[in-house]
Design a binder for this molecule. Sequence first.
Ligand code: FAD
Length: 477
Amino acid sequence: MTEKLETDYLIIGAGAMGMAFADTLLTDTQASGARIMMVDGHAKPGGHWNDAYPFVTLHQPASFYGVASRELSTGKIDDTGLNKGLCDLSTGSDINSYFDQVMRHTFLPSGRVQYFPMCHYTGTPGSNETFHSITSGKKYEVTVTQKTVDATFLKNSVPSTHTPNFSVGDGVTFMPLNSLPGLTSTPDGYVVIGGGKTGIDACLWLLETGVDPDAICWIVSRDAWMLDRSNTQPAPEFVLKTITTQAAQMEAISAAKDLDDMYDRLEACGYFVRLDKTVCPSMFHGATISPLELDALRTIRNVVRMGHVQNVGQHEITLERGTIPTTPNTVHVDCSATAITNKGTKPIFAGNVITPQFVRSYQPLFSASLIAHAEATLGNDEDLKNKVCGVVPLPDSNEDFVRFTFAAMMNQYTWSTMDELSAWLRGNRLDGFSRAIADIPPGNKEAQAVFKRISAAGAPAVTRLGEFLAQLDEAVA
Ligand SMILES: Cc1cc2nc3c(=O)[nH]c(=O)nc-3n(C[C@H](O)[C@H](O)[C@H](O)COP(=O)(O)OP(=O)(O)OC[C@H]3O[C@@H](n4cnc5c(N)ncnc54)[C@H](O)[C@@H]3O)c2cc1C
C-alpha cells in the first residue's frame, strides 16, 4: 500500500547542502508558510558526516559552515594543535550534533518541515516523486506543488563507503582511515594511499599520535596546489590579512604572462602552497591547510610519486610507474575516495527542479543558502535566478582553477549590482567575509589602501582569466 503525501518543496538529501537550503527557504518563505519535506537515506541529517572518520574536522573555519540561522563556531581561536592561532574547526561529532539540533530544534518545531530519515528516494526529480522506508519497506508517493530540490547531485564519496579502484590481495592489512583508531597493536609501518584532503588527515593524525615520520609511506599520485588557511579567517583580527591576500591574488592573476606564471605568482604572494617546492602540482581541489600542518607533512620523506595504485599485495604495491615493497603487517590506509565524484554541472533552476551546486568557490553551504534565497525572492524569472546563481564548476586540475575562479568572480560582480542581495549577503552568517569587511571602520587607512588595490586589480584579473579561459577552450576544441 503506497501512502500519498503532499508538500510545496521536496528536498532529496538532508546532507549539509540540503540542510542549508531548507534553512534559508524556511526563513525566507515565512510569510507564505511553504511546506518542506526532506527525504534522506541516513538515520540522521548531515549526509556524509555520518560516515566520516572519528578524527575528521572541517578544513575551513566553522564560522561559515552549517546553516544560516544557527552558529556552528565556538568563536574561539585554537590555542593548541596544528590549527593553533587560527579560528576553530568543528569536529565531525560537533557537525553531526549540530545538524541534529537544527532538525530537532528549528526545522521540526516550525511545523512546516517533515523529515523522512532512512528513506530511499526512487523517483525522477520533477516528474515522479516516490520513496520508500529502508527499515519498514513502506512506500510513499509525493505530490509537489512547487519544486523538487535534488540535494544529492554532487555525490560525495568518503573512504568508509566507497570501493577503491585498485585490487587488494588476500592477507593484506588494508583499511579506510576510519579504522585507524581501532588499531590494537603496532604495525611495521603505514602506507597512506591518496594525496588529497583525507590522505593529509591520515598522515597528520598518525604524526599527532607520535608515529615516526619515517614509518609513513605516502602515495601521492598527483601533487596539489593548496590554500593557506591563515588567509581565510573571518574573525576581525584577521580581516586585514584576508583582504591583503585577496588583493595579492588579483594582482598575481592580472600580471600573469601564462598559466604557469600565474601559479608561480599565486604561490609567491602566499595564496597557494604546495607540499614540495621542487614538484610541480597538477591538481587543484581547494584543500585548505594551516602553516603548521604543512610543516608537519613535510617531515614525511617517503612520498611515492609513481601514479595511481593498481594492486596492493602482501609484499609489493604495484603502481602505474613501478612497484614498491611492503609487508603483510604494514597498515595500508585507504584515502583514495574523491570527495565529490560528480564533476558535471547543470542549470540550478530548470522548470520544477532545483539542483544546488557551488555558486561561490569553496563554499557549498553558503551556495545552498543563496540558491534558496534566490528561489524565495526572485519570483518566477528562471533566467534571472540562473544568472544570480551561475554554477561555479568544481575544480580537479590546475586549469580548472581558471574556470572556477572566473565563474565565482562573475557571480560576485552580479551580486554587487543588486542592492537587496548585497544587504542579504552582509547579514548572512555563512558569508563571513562580507560582514567582516563591512565592519572595517572607514578610517582604517591600511584597509582602505588594500581596497584600492583590489579595485585596481579586480577587473584586469577577470579579463586575464577570461583570456586564459578562451585559450583553454581553444585547446580543447
Ligand atoms: C572530510 C571532509 C571535510 C570537508 N570539509 C569542508 C569544509 O571545511 N568546508 C566546506 O565548505 N566543505 C567541506 N567539505 C565538503 C563537503 O562535501 C560539503 O561541505 C558538504 O558536506 C556536502 O554536502 P552535500 O549535502 O552536498 O552531500 P552529502 O553529505 O553527500 O549529502 C547527500 C545526502 O543525500 C542522501 N541521498 C543520496 N541519494 C539518496 C537517495 N536516492 N535517497 C535518499 N537519500 C539520498 C545521502 O544519504 C546523503 O545523506 C568537506 C568534505 C569532506 C569529505
